[in-house]
Design a protein. Structure first.
Length: 141
């Protein structure tokens, strides 16, 4: 039986902490009947992306999930390489886990979105619109 859990991997959105972003999107997904595993990703000083994700047991959590929801304040082609969002989307693709994105600012063209391999990108700004984004994604996943 497929998992009913979605992994919500969130970074900061301006004045919202990664924890608040993950919680807001998760509430919307839960409104749509999904369970969530909230993974706030706060960059640790001096820690590389791989070290950070390993410390969060990210791969194991993702492999137990039906899909990955990447929450990143701004998605831009020129900042993707080396970013946490790019790394986790790449890991999802390599493991056959579908990825979706929530962002305040989407500057990706359709080719860049395909490179990132996300199924859908939903824009949101504050806590209320993040919850609404979660509801939209709940219907898509």
């Amino acid at each position: 039986m497929p998992s009913r859990t979605l992994l919500v991997a969130a970074g900061e959105f301006d004045d919202l902490s990664a924890e608040r972003v993950a919680a807001a999107v998760a509430r919307g997904l839960q409104d749509g009947g999904w369970q969530t595993d909230d993974c706030a990703i706060e960059a640790a000083a001096g820690a590389g992306t791989r070290v950070l994700l390993d410390s969060l047991r990210f791969d194991a959590r993702m492999e137990r999930s039906r899909a990955l929801i990447v929450c990143e304040r701004c998605l831009r082609e020129d900042t993707l390489a080396g970013s946490v969002a790019f790394e986790i989307a790449t890991r999802a693709r390599q493991r056959g886990v579908p990825a979706y994105a929530v962002t305040a600012e989407n500057r990706l063209d359709s080719f860049d979105a395909r490179v990132l391999d996300v199924q859908a990108i939903v824009q949101a700004h504050g806590a209320r619109s993040l919850r609404t984004a979660g509801r939209k994604l709940a219907a898509l996943v």
